[in-house]
Design a protein around this ligand. Sequence first.
Ligand SMILES: [Zn+2]
Ligand SMILES: [Zn+2]
Length: 193
Amino acid sequence: PTGILSSEEPFCRICHEGGGVGELLSPCECAGTLAMVHRGCLEHWLTASNSSRCELCHHQYSLERLPKPLTEWLGSPAMQHQRRTLCGDVICFLFITPLASLSGWLCVQGAMDLYYSNSMEAVGLMVLTLALFTIYCFWTVVSLRYHSHLFRTWKQTDQRVRLQIPLPARTMHTHHTLNLSFLSKDTRKETVV
Ligand SMILES: [Zn+2]
Ligand SMILES: [Zn+2]
């Protein structure tokens, strides 16, 4: 907190704490008091805002979007409603599939038996079978689309990001190959901007 007033000590533009709390970086074109930011603070902000640019200088960060672990979906209390509806639909599917197959088969058998004696009734049974089958397929497709949509939405929201920036100088010489890749990335960034 004392670092806020003293201009010579750099502080994070998000949490206003100094370098003691975490590694301070200058990842974008922002200068002055807005230049420095903690890696954790920035990653948290980018995750929460679902953005990949600096809100002030519009610098495009190079980000790695980390895939969410499935355990997070299974364990999250916010997902409880989704988990319940998915479970319900899966049970429904397991219950309805044999039932629909059986009634469909019975309808077809009945229609075949009636074909010579009462062709009108046979046609009616076939139409009924077709209608049943259509409803079954429609319900299955709609449920699948609904759940995959929910799942994709969950995957994309609050997706954790990792900022890809050059490592601080003290660790650079230990990762010589990384060092080179970062240098090439930096020159590319400069030509784009
Ligand atoms: Zn911070
Ligand atoms: Zn900036």
